[in-house]
Design a protein. Sequence first.
Length: 170
Amino acid sequence: MTDLPAEKRWRGAEITVSDSRRGVDSDDRSGDVIVARFALLPADVVARQSVADDIERIRKAVRQCAQAADVLILTGGTGLGPRDVTPQALTPLFDYEVPGMAEVMRQEGLKSTPHAMLSRQVVGVLGHCLVLSLPGSPAAVAECLDAVWPALPHALALVSGDTRHPEPTA
């Protein structure tokens, strides 16, 4: 198997975590970057939400979205501020973490700014859904997605139960 079949479509969900953006609207540029990337995966957007920086609200939204999606990407709440609680909300929900994906996102970000080392994004699996948490800025979202994009289809296949490994490329 070299790649996933072209006809495979995934189900994607996006959550924006922000006290300042209570509803998903045209001002949700980070969420828009995620949704645009879903089209390239390809993935159909099955859910899109915006929640306040509140652990229980984040958990409720994540549980809902993870039931409907193969991949759930959150943006926001990964910094060092007192209201940045996305990692605290997500980590207890995970069946297991995928630390390599979070590490490579931070490594990629360090090429642009030393502040990337302050980001606390986490990646894990909840049921059959891969959950990625990204910083809140549109540029950081794009950078993080660029970093994990080459492995994302294979990660989704593995989480869905397809444990075949692609043939190595020369």
